[in-house]
Design a protein around this ligand. Structure first.
Ligand code: NAG
Ligand code: NAG
Length: 327
C-alpha cells in the first residue's frame, strides 16, 4: 500500500503508450530520450538494432544471431511487424552511414504469453530477410547463461537507445547510453503497487540524478557485464522518475524459449516454420487489414476480445475480431 497515490499512480504504461499521452501535453515539459546518459563512441555497441516503421525509428533491439534480433513485444502492438525494417551498424540514424545494413522482417515471433495489460512476457524475436554481415560495426550480444541468477541489486548495467528527445520527429544526435543500477524486484514491486511479475528486472539511477530509458528505447538491451539481461519494457509517466523505477523484461527467463524458436527454425523443418501459437498482432494483422484493433467495449479479462475498426468505417466498429490472448 502506498499513501498519496496520484491519478497516475501505478498505471502500467509502456514507453510507447506514454508517448501518446505525453504528446497531448505541452512540449518542453519532459525529457524524452535516454535520461541522464551520453552519446556512445560510434559503433562501440555493434549489437544495437533500430526497428523502423515508415522510415522512422520506433524501437530498439539487439542482434542475437546474424539473422535474429530480440526486441519487445509491445513494439508491435497494432502494427504489422512485416512492415518494419531493422537497421544494424548505425550510430546516427539520420546520417547516410556506409556501416548501416538494412533488413526487412521476414517473421516475427511475439511471445505466446505476452500480456499487454500487465506487460508480462514482453519479448519478441524478429527473423531478418537475410543474414547480417558481421564485423566491427555489426556484432552479436549474448544471452545470459541459462538458469543464471539475475544481476544482484546494486549491480551496474547500461542501457542504450535512440529514444526521441521530445516527440517522434526529434531524434537524439546519435546512439545514447546511460549507466544504471539494478534494483531488487521486491522494492521495485512495491513502488509499482505489487503489479510486477517474476520475469521482470528493474533499475534505478543509483544517485539523485534521473537516469534511465524513455520513449522509443523500448526493446533495447540492458547489458550487465557482457550479456543482455534486460529488454526495455515500461516506466513511469515521467521518464527517469525515481518513484517508478524502469522495468525490463528479464531475459534469463526466456533463454529456453528463444533458443527453441531459433533452433527449430535453423533446423529447417520440412513444413513452413511454425511460430507456435500466434501472438496478438499476428492474429490481428490477419483479420484486420489496414484497420486498427481496439479492445471490444465492455470486455474484461484475458483473453480480451478485440474489434477491428476499419479505416473506411464511418464511425462504429465493424467486424468482430478473434478472441486474443494466451492459448
Ligand atoms: C532484405 O530487405 C532489405 C530491405 O527491404 C532489402 O534492401 C534487401 O534487398 C533484402 N535482402 C534480400 C536478400 O532479400
Ligand atoms: C508483487 O507484489 C504482489 C502483491 O504483493 C504479489 O502478488 C506479486 O507476486 C509480486 N510480484 C513479484 C514479482 O514478486
Amino acid at each position: 500500500m502506498r499513501p498519496g497515490m496520484g491519478g497516475w499512480g501505478c498505471l502500467l504504461l509502456t514507453v510507447a503508450e506514454a508517448t501518446l499521452v505525453l504528446l497531448t501535453r505541452p512540449p518542453g515539459s519532459w525529457g524524452v530520450h535516454i535520461i541522464g546518459g551520453h552519446e556512445v563512441v560510434p559503433h562501440s555497441r555493434p549489437y544495437m538494432a533500430s526497428v523502423h516503421f515508415r522510415g522512422q525509428h520506433h524501437c530498439g533491439g539487439f542482434l542475437l544471431h546474424a539473422q535474429w534480433v530480440v526486441s519487445a513485444a509491445h513494439c508491435f502492438r497494432n502494427r504489422d511487424p512485416l512492415e518494419g525494417l531493422v537497421v544494424l551498424g548505425a550510430h546516427d540514424l539520420q546520417a547516410p552511414e556506409p556501416t548501416q545494413q538494412v533488413f526487412s522482417i521476414k517473421q516475427a515471433f511475439i511471445h505466446p504469453n505476452y500480456q499487454p495489460s500487465s506487460h508480462a512476457n514482453d519479448i519478441c524475436l524478429l527473423k531478418l530477410n537475410s543474414s547480417a554481415v558481421l564485423g566491427g560495426e555489426v556484432g552479436l550480444l549474448k544471452l545470459p547463461q541459462k538458469g543464471s541468477r539475475q544481476p544482484k541489486a546494486g549491480a551496474l548495467c547500461r542501457v542504450a537507445g535512440w529514444g526521441f528527445r521530445s516527440d517522434f520527429e526529434d531524434p537524439p544526435p546519435a546512439l545514447m547510453e546511460a549507466e544504471v543500477r539494478v534494483l531488487g524486484l521486491d522494492a521495485c514491486n512495491s513502488s509499482w503497487c505489487g503489479q510486477l511479475s517474476p520475469a521482470m528486472l528493474c533499475t534505478r539511477s543509483g544517485d539523485n540524478q534521473r537516469r534511465g530509458f524513455c520513449t522509443a528505447d523500448s526493446g533495447g538491451p540492458l547489458v550487465c557485464g557482457s550479456r543482455a539481461h534486460g529488454l526495455v519494457s515500461f516506466s513511469g509517466f515521467w521518464c527517469g522518475d525515481p518513484k517508478y523505477p524502469d522495468v525490463y523484461t528479464r531475459v534469463s527467463a526466456f533463454v529456453t524459449w528463444i533458443r527453441g524458436v531459433v533452433r527449430k527454425d535453423l533446423r529447417g523443418t520440412t513444413t513452413a516454420p511454425c511460430p507456435g501459437p500466434p501472438g496478438p498482432f499476428q492474429v490481428l494483422a490477419a483479420h484486420c487489414p489496414g484497420g486498427t484493433l481496439r479492445p471490444r467495449e465492455g470486455a474484461v479479462g484475458t483473453p480480451r476480445p478485440y474489434t477491428c475498426v476499419s479505416p473506411h468505417a464511418s464511425r462504429t466498429p465493424t467486424t468482430p475480431g478473434p478472441e486474443l490472448g494466451p492459448p
